[in-house]
Design a binder for this molecule. Sequence first.
Ligand code: PLP
Length: 381
Amino acid sequence: MNADFLRLAAPTRRAWVELDRAALAHNVEALRWVLPSGCRLMPAVKANAYGHGAAPIARELRRLGVDAFCVACAQEGVELRKAGIWGEILILGYTSPADFPLLRRWRLTQAVVDAAYAEVLARYGRTLRVHIKVDTGMHRLGLPCQDVEGIARLYACKTLKVTGIFTHLCTDDTDIVPDRAFAQRQIAAFDEVCRALEARGVRVKGRHLQSSTGILRHYGLACDYARPGIALYGLLSDTDATTRYGAGLRPVLALKCRVAAVRALAPGEGAGYGLAYRTETPARLAVLTIGYADGVPRALSSGAGSVLLHGQRAAIAGRICMDQLLVDVTELPDVRAGDIATLIGRDGAQTITACEMAAWAGTISNEILSRLGSRLERLVL
Ligand SMILES: *Cc1c(COP(=O)(O)O)cnc(C)c1O
């Protein structure tokens, strides 16, 4: 589907996300290729599939043979079920006991976030499906890896159906020696827990520990699942990591909007809130139909960021508004109302990646994508 078709098909659409189905399929294949056979994908589709749209992404993944997913909270799991997504859905974070009925009603699998929470889960009285989270050093969630006794007890608990066990690596973002050593210690600690459980006669299944960088850095780890998030969407957290470890991936998402109007400014005039944009020469500004409520960071104001128009970069002018922003098109005389602007994605020879936008805003691509607003329409192309 090309831009002209979109223009005809949806003349009223103000701002939207385009999802590249072929890119998603490519990334799934690329990650499967890296993982040892027998290790299945359990993609992270939390936070509305990193802003891509949980339902369309999960549906595509189902079509590609993915049958397990992870989300952050029960509500996200319920939404996937309501969208017709079957298979395993693991809730990675805390679920309030008040929501335990949802776990059973929608057949969701809950992470056991620590020993006290395990007791709360067990006391619910009806069988719940769980994966045990093991803390191997991140100190966020999980039972301490030293507590083999406590972890083994969960397998013996009648009201817990333990279908998996996992941990999370927390130093895979850098190449520095202490970080690499720490990741190796986490992997060894997890392995050790699984062995100790098996030595006690526990049948350990459903092991997983790798997120995106973990998959790309630690080839051949013998696990049952891997939990890619950002890599599945075709990039890593920043440009450097993407170039080094994710070069074969293809970005799935493009973010686009329209030109609402073009204004001519005379020398000495200003524009936008606080008149933060000022010109000493004749200038032309395009008003775009997207703002910070849609997820464009306000930190990109006053030239910190650019957009693509007619295959060229146009700098953001003045302060980004909630629903609109201005760009300087003085050098692009053909820009007209109704034209399409690309905030993330390709236009002609130019591309802006989520990583590049993230660098402008002083953050990582994960945050840029996961904060894309709910009023953006999601189109699967
Ligand atoms: C979000 C998350 C992931 C996916 O992380 P990426 O870095 O995006 O691949 C995996 N595991 C856990 C526990 C997570 O919270």
